[in-house]
Design a protein around this ligand. Structure first.
Ligand SMILES: Cc1cc2nc3c(=O)[nH]c(=O)nc-3n(C[C@H](O)[C@H](O)[C@H](O)COP(=O)(O)OP(=O)(O)OC[C@H]3O[C@@H](n4cnc5c(N)ncnc54)[C@H](O)[C@@H]3O)c2cc1C
Length: 389
């Protein structure tokens, strides 16, 4: 097989974005994406709620979101092709975090971090919330945190396809195969072994295997604390319109947002084992959940559950943050993993950061060094507290 400069294991949105940026920055680079499921049936990138927020507690995640929203607004300029215009349907009604009295201190702390990082967010009291959202019951709410701009949702699978198509137009090859091993020579990965037989020699390897990233890392003897954490998304219809409805995060933990003429919603899972079958967990949809939704939005007393789907968060169980950059010892093995349910919005920035790290020795446009692998090796968690569901 031909030698590739870079082999990327997995071509979900992370692999595709990395391939796009690598060949954008260095057009002569020979990049091969190896993908076992070219229909992306189980990929997180197909099953995502594809929303974007600035309301994180780690400044590095805010930086990635700031880059992300700017990129999404200009996606056509970056990724458009003559035969493939990019339509992402980006909407920016904001995220609204609601806090009960005992949760306000955490919301104030997060607000300070976000303002310092330049996020366009505001804290609203119950009266302001009632004025903005007359359909919302805030009788037990002390404070809300609203993203005034740069927050909303978009068509994630369309972004994934746009990255893929543009990368391939820039010369990236995609191989339909499964990586089953990584060959090592000293402290370098010299080739990836393929399920179909044979191996693909390469200069650098990227682990972009999403929820399966731990398995790929293990092929190089590296322990990566990423689990396939199933999440169920319910599609609801509501008989009444909810004007200006943002992505709402209830104090009890569930989230909800409009999706076309429906609403979609999810909650913290009741079952948390790694790699559960990709089927919706209907047990999450119980009387208590229904009552909680109807308490917050009285119109939802008459809701209908239309359907549900399940996908895997690529959950970093160490600190709920991404791992971006090289392995400290296997210097040509790179990671872009563990986004813990907020990767779709960060794909553009994370892909660029990794591509710069690989080509220039460091991420220049967005400072992401703190997301490097060293923190795992040195047991220094960088905890993101704003993980939804
Ligand atoms: C229900 C749900 C809701 C979400 N909501 C949001 C949201 O609102 N906002 C947000 O920003 N993010 C959200 N996310 C997270 C986001 O979708 C993910 O962070 C992102 O899609 C991860 O992309 P990925 O490329 O790393 O993984 P994937 O899309 O899973 O791609 C990994 C690919 O690697 C391939 N692969 C794995 N192992 C191998 C191998 N050995 N050989 C070859 N190929 C291999 C797989 O087939 C797969 O296609 C959500 C995710 C889910 C599931």
């Amino acid at each position: 097989m031909n030698h590739a400069d870079v082999v990327i294991v997995g071509s979900g949105v992370m692999g595709a974005a990395t391939a796009y940026w690598l060949t954008h920055l260095q057009p002569s680079l020979r990049v091969t994406l190896v993908e076992s499921d070219t229909r992306y049936e189980k990929a997180s990138s197909s099953l995502s709620a594809s929303s974007i927020r600035q309301q994180f507690t780690c400044p590095v995640n805010i930086r990635l979101s700031q880059f992300g929203i700017a990129f999404l607004r200009e996606a056509e300029q970056h990724l458009g092709l003559p035969d493939h215009p990019v339509a992402l349907g980006l909407q920016e009604p904001g995220y609204l975090y609601l806090a009960q009295p005992e949760q306000t201190a955490a919301l104030h702390t997060a607000h300070q971090i976000q303002k310092q990082a330049g996020a366009d967010v505001a804290l609203l009291g119950p009266d302001e919330l009632r004025q903005c959202y007359p359909w919302l019951n805030v009788d037990d709410v002390a404070l809300g945190s609203l993203g005034l701009s740069g927050e909303g949702w978009f068509d994630g699978p369309a972004l994934h396809q746009a990255f893929l198509k543009k990368a391939m137009a820039q010369g990236v090859q995609r191989l339909h195969d499964r990586v089953v091993g990584l060959d090592q020579t000293g402290t370098q990965i010299s080739a990836v072994r393929l399920a179909s037989g044979g191996s693909l020699p390469c200069g650098q390897v990227v682990n972009a295997a999403g929820p399966w990233a731990g398995e790929v890392a293990a092929m190089a003897g590296v322990q990566l604390p990423i689990e396939a954490a199933r999440r169920t998304v319910f599609v609801l219809s509501c008989p009444e319109p909810l004007p200006q409805c943002p992505l709402l995060i209830d104090p009890s933990g569930w989230w909800l947002r409009p999706e076309g003429r429906y609403l979609i919603s999810g909650a913290e899972p009741t079952q948390t084992e790694h790699g559960l079958p990709l089927e919706p967990d209907w047990a999450e949809w119980n009387d208590e959940q229904w009552a909680s939704l109807a308490h917050r939005i009285p119109a939802l007393a008459a809701l209908r559950v239309e359907r549900a789907w399940a996908g895997y968060y690529e959950m970093n169980t160490f600190d709920h943050n991404a791992v971006i950059g090289p392995h400290p010892k296997l210097g040509n093995l790179y990671f872009i993993n563990g986004f813990s349910g907020h990767g779709m919005q960060h794909a553009a920035g994370a892909g660029l950061a990794l591509a710069e790290w690989m080509l220039l020795g460091q991420a220049k446009t967005i400072a992401v060094q703190e997301l490097g692998f060293e923190r795992l090796a040195q047991n220094r968690p960088l905890r993101e507290l704003a993980v939804i569901g």
